[in-house]
Design a protein around this ligand. Structure first.
Ligand code: HEM
Length: 437
């Protein structure tokens, strides 16, 4: 009986044509919604400053229905224009804070560094990493410190990296050999896939080396020996300055044009050698290209989301304990207050400034900053530059017929190209021996 009577009451109200009842219903609904958010807001900023501003959430689902996971970084950037560089977003019941300026990033990653030093472990992370026991997902504390020390003091130190050069060299040579086989038939190559494979092989080989304690020294020693002998072999080939006087002498008998000299030098300097990692410091423009690429397209556009271990006040706003913190590096890297022509690809800007990958300047954070900064910056830099330098030196690249190169992005924890980079390699060195392992 009761159910019938309440159904009757509800349907009667909903169907009523009485304007006063409709108005009352609308007002009651508004009051209920207001109370819901007032109570929620009170609960979260109890005894403290307010929560950061942000878009108005729906009950239960929050802002989730309005977020597009394919373009989250750009969507956050657009919302920031309205709500400011410290913005709250409701992901269902979870509160997220989006940080979008160098000043706010400094507050979170430097001023309050220990509080914000956890990574926010998603459920899938727990499954993939035996419950979040790995370095990436371990909470800030003793276990994480132990793992981090292993990385920073053992695996990725300059001497270890120098010692394992032959591994990187072998893998890069394998990649060049593979590309030259593809070039023979004019076949296109998925560059992202191949570079990933090469880097993956290097990393796994290095990891294995680093865990075999007893044999580690011997194997690393052997590698170093190979490295030194490789370098001296190459230096023998590369001593191009010896050729300069000869050109001068010949000049008097049969004049050589500047183009002849240049092409001869190209053959001597570039054509008859391969790229070695020791050449990388002499390629400042390539370094600038890497920096500019990571500015416009940072690999982790929102870093790995952080989580604060206690409630704190940032820039006058309360950030409740266990919020998910997105540092929108993608937006920071395109902030017109800090970058001229921020959307233009201009590697030259990095020849003129002294920005590096170490996260000391909060307008440029491709590897993060502070305690959770990437543990392998040195190695990542070497791997990327060595691969790119080798592939550019060994081949010209052309687009498959009817295709264009595009840089449109697809958002994920790791930013990807929407369409893979596929290109046809065309060998550019005259000596076929330079395409062997
Ligand atoms: C261009 C290549 C790379 C970029 C741009 C990059 C960038 C990053 C970023 C942004 C973070 C998170 C920082 C934060 O959340 O605050 C990170 C963490 C990390 N990266 Fe890299 N990374 C690269 C390559 C590598 C490689 C090759 C390795 C190792 C083989 C590596 C190992 C790590 C580790 C272990 C962490 C977690 C550190 C921690 O939680 O304490 N990264 N990286």
């Amino acid at each position: 009986m009761e159910a019938t009577s309440s159904n009757f009451t509800l349907s009667t109200i909903l169907k009523t044509e009485d304007p006063y009842s409709s108005l009352m219903l609308a007002v009651a609904a508004l009051v209920a919604i207001f109370c819901y958010f007032w109570i929620q807001g009170k609960a979260k900023s109890k005894n403290g400053p307010p929560l950061p501003p942000g878009p108005w959430p729906l009950p239960i689902v929050g802002n989730l229905p309005f977020l597009n996971s394919d373009i989250l970084h750009t969507q956050f950037q657009a919302l920031t224009q309205k709500h400011g560089p410290l913005m709250k977003i409701h992901l269902g019941s979870k509160l997220a804070i989006v940080v979008s300026s160098p000043e706010m990033a400094r507050e979170v990653l430097k001023t309050h560094d220990i509080t914000f030093a956890n990574h926010d472990l998603p459920e899938v992370g727990k499954i993939n990493t035996y419950g979040g026991e790995d370095i990436l997902w371990s909470p800030y504390g003793t276990h994480w410190r132990r793992l981090r020390k292993l990385c920073v003091m053992k695996m990725f130190t300059t001497p270890t990296l120098e010692a394992s050069y032959s591994t990187r060299r072998e893998e890069t040579r394998q990649t060049v050999v593979y590309m030259s086989e593809m070039a023979r038939d004019g076949s296109p190559v998925n560059l992202g896939e191949q570079i990933f494979l090469s880097i993956f092989n290097v990393v796994t080989r290095m990891m294995w080396g680093a865990t075999v304690e007893g044999e580690e020294r011997t194997s690393l020693g052997n590698e170093l020996k190979t490295l030194i002998s490789d370098i001296s072999d190459i230096e023998g080939i590369q001593n191009y300055s010896d050729f300069f006087p000869m050109v001068k002498d010949d000049d008097e008998k049969a004049p050589l044009s500047l183009t002849h000299v240049k092409s001869l030098l190209m053959d001597m300097v570039l054509g008859d050698s391969i790229v070695e990692e020791s050449h990388l410091p002499k390629l400042p423009y390539l370094q600038a290209v890497m920096k500019e690429t990571l500015r416009l397209h940072p690999t982790l556009p929102l870093l790995v989301p952080h989580r604060n271990s206690e409630t704190s006040v940032v820039a006058g706003y309360t950030v409740p304990k266990d919020s998910k913190i997105f540092i929108n590096v993608w937006a920071i890297h395109r902030d017109p207050k800090h970058w001229d022509e921020p959307n233009e690809f201009k590697p030259e800007r990095f020849l003129e400034n002294s920005l590096d990958f170490n996260g000391g300047d909060f307008k440029y954070l491709p590897f993060g900053s502070g305690r959770r900064i990437c543990a392998a910056i040195n190695m990542a830099e070497r791997l990327v530059l060595f691969n790119i330098a080798s592939l550019l030196h060994s081949f010209d690249w052309k687009a498959p017929k009817g295709q264009k190169f595009e840089v449109e992005e697809k958002f994920g924890l790791v930013l990807k190209l929407k369409s893979p980079l596929v290109a046809i390699p065309v060998p550019r060195l005259s000596d076929p021996k330079l395409y062997t392992a």
